[in-house]
Design a binder for this molecule. Structure first.
Ligand SMILES: *[C@@H]1O[C@H](CO)[C@@H](O)[C@H](O)[C@H]1NC(C)=O
Ligand SMILES: [Zn+2]
Length: 614
């Protein structure tokens, strides 16, 4: 009803702008002053939730807001461009037809007293989603030592010392210095605890994850807490050459078991910092690829605070570790229950480790290490059994798989799980509602790509992983395997791939992902795998700008299950999330995408970020 009033104000404005704008202003004025509560309550629980219960939305506001921009790219095929839309609560109400929008814009001065009509500069695209990231870890990363790009052990140590200067209280037994980002390919050798030895750092507890967070490097103080002898750990590696200090995959658990976990207050800071930072890049939603029940409880609590400015679709993980069944420990949450701020409908399982540390499970040995073919983190039959249990419990199953053996085993497991999920349906039909997915889907044998297509399994891809790995991937995999199987994007386009960054593994900026996907060149350097300016790396797999944008908007929304998530598109009834750019997206050069700046990010009809400050 209140919506109709403001709708009428803009509809009638089209017929008789001046008269109605005066009338409209007074009608709306009376709404915001006196009758708001009655009107809202009469619309029932949904509006109650939207306006009153959700502190995120701030004070009670007049129900319908009209926003006009220089241009709006909606990603709605039926109505791709617009100038103005209206917002009701946290959803879009209507995308105004051109005639109506032009009338409003043409009589802009007559709206000067109408607090419900807003004229802005800039060009709008739908709010961006990251299809695979790690919120708590990203927050932790923002509060830890950044080792990305460190070229020598002394640079590594200098970054730790610098962190210590601003965080002098850290590094003791109860508050380890944490960091992420080393890469033996950039350092020139596999690091050891010795590389953290330095008079300033003497005796400090330092634990730094590899760039892909599949290995961690620890200082001597932490090594001293561990036993002298390590057994072989299935699915893990204790690196012994050139010295001790690095633990990979399942072997990392030994170190993590000793690590003093951050308390809830600190984790709250992590989430807050992460969301604030993500908004800066135009991100309005993320698929969090692995949150344990303590994390999920914290998330549920934080959705009720004004700092929760990113929608989260969380994949649960068991406290006991990867590849368990713990349906009694996690509980499902739908977007409807949380005002579209949090959903838990998915479980994250792991088939293998990372390519950089030769951990991913390959059908044939690595081309640069014929003695090694990586390892599965769970046997094929165990992974299938766990997947079936979760499918039966009603969860979406999401399996981390990098190597071609891991992807094969993951597809087997998902196929069997779909049979359990819908015993009376063909798997491809079942998959349409269950939306099982493979995280990373990095190296997939051509036969298995075929199987993914016939079942419809969703690949969740990080375009910047391709460009970060391209320097060594061909060495690891060989020419043929790389050309046929690795880092597919265009080949799997029919499966509506979900794109993301895997933050903090890569920076979260979706425009860097769009650059990598469209050019197959590094967003860091603008160069291809040979360090040249020419053709991108296996650029037959490149996406168009539009396709890449869909991967960061509509595709993640479509890959979420549990219903109710109309996101990544500007259309009536969809979540009112949008991003404002200086120019319309198509007007930027490809190279501009490497360092894009977002002007504004709006979440649920409310500005969550403005470059000049809120
Ligand atoms: C807006 O309000 C001011 C001050 O009350 C008034 O002078 C002006 O005419 C109003 N403008 C419109 C378009 O109604
Ligand atoms: Zn991840």
């Amino acid at each position: 009803m209140s919506g109709a009033a403001s709708q009428a104000s803009s509809r009638l404005a089209w017929l008789a702008p001046l008269l109605i704008s005066i009338l409209g202003a007074s009608i709306l004025g009376s709404y915001s002053q006196g009758t708001t509560d009655n009107v809202l309550y009469s619309k029932g629980k949904e509006l109650y939730d939207t306006y009153i219960q959700r502190p995120f939305l701030g004070r009670i506001q007049a129900p319908l807001q009209t926003h006009c921009y220089d241009s709006i790219k909606t990603l709605d095929a039926e109505n791709p461009h617009a100038r103005c839309f209206t917002v009701s609560g946290h959803r879009f109400d209507r995308i105004l037809p051109d005639l109506e929008a032009n009338e409003i814009i043409g009589h802009r001065e007559s709206y000067e007293n109408d607090t419900n009509v807003h004229f802005h500069e800039g060009h709008v695209i739908p709010g961006l989603w990251d299809g695979h990231g790690h919120l708590l870890q990203y927050g932790e990363f923002l509060h830890s030592v950044n080792i990305f790009g460190a070229k020598t052990p002394s640079e590594l140590r200098e970054r730790v010392r610098e962190y210590l200067r601003t965080n002098p209280e850290s590094g003791d037994k109860d508050n380890w210095i944490r960091g992420v980002g080393w890469d033996q390919n950039i350092l020139g050798h596999m690091p050891t605890a010795e590389d953290l030895a330095d008079p300033v750092l003497e005796g400090l507890y330092v634990m730094i994850d590899r760039v892909d967070v599949h290995c961690t490097l620890v200082s001597k103080a932490i090594l001293d807490l561990l036993p002298d002898e390590f057994p072989d750990i299935p699915g893990g590696e204790v690196v012994r050459e050139p010295g001790m200090g690095v633990f990979c995959d399942n072997a990392m658990d030994m170190v993590y078991d000793l690590w003093p976990q951050p308390n809830e207050a600190r984790k709250t800071e992590f989430v807050k910092s992460a969301m604030k930072d993500l908004n800066r890049f135009g991100i309005v939603g993320v698929h969090d690829a692995g949150v344990n029940s303590a994390g999920l409880d914290l998330f549920k609590k934080l959705t009720k605070t004004p700092d929760w400015t990113v929608r989260v679709y969380a994949m649960a993980e068991c406290t006991a570790g990867h590849n368990h069944f713990c349906a009694d420990e996690v509980s499902k949450v739908s977007f409807q229950e949380t005002g579209d701020l949090l959903a838990v409908q998915s479980i994250k399982l792991f088939a293998d480790g990372a390519l950089g540390s030769w951990g991913s499970a390959m059908i044939e040995p690595y081309s640069d290490r014929p003695d090694a073919s990586g390892s599965l983190l769970a046997s094929a039959s165990a992974l299938t059994d766990i997947s079936k249990s979760w499918a039966k419990a009603g969860y979406q199953v999401s399996i981390h798989a990098i190597g071609d053996l891991a992807n094969r085993v993951a597809i087997d497991a998902l196929e069997e799980a779909l049979k359990v999920a819908c015993p009376d349906q063909p798997t491809a039909e079942c998959q349409k509602t269950r939306r099982f997915r493979i995280e990373h889907a990095q190296v997939i044998h051509p036969d298995d790509q075929q199987r993914m297509h016939s079942i419809g399994i969703i690949p969740s891809i990080q375009p910047t992983h391709a460009t970060s790995d391209m320097a060594y991937a061909e060495k690891r995999l060989g020419r043929k395997r790389t050309a046929e199987s690795a880092y597919r994007m265009r080949s799997v386009l029919g499966l509506n791939p979900v794109l993301g960054s895997d933050f903090p593994v890569e920076p979260p900026d979706p425009f860097r992902g769009i650059y990598a996907a469209t050019t197959r060149k590094s967003p860091n350097t603008g160069k291809n795998a040979d360090g040249g300016e020419g053709k991108g790396w296996h650029d037959g797999e490149a996406l168009t700008l539009e396709e890449a944008l869909l991967g960061f908007t509509r595709a993640p929304a479509a890959a979420a299950v549990g219903g109710g998530l109309e996101a990544g598109v500007i259309k009536g009834g969809g979540l009112a999330d949008w991003v404002v750019l200086d120019r319309s997206l198509g007007e930027y050069d490809a190279e501009d995408l490497r360092s894009m700046r977002v002007e504004e990010t709006w979440v649920g009809g409310r500005a969550a970020y403005r470059r000049g400050g809120l």
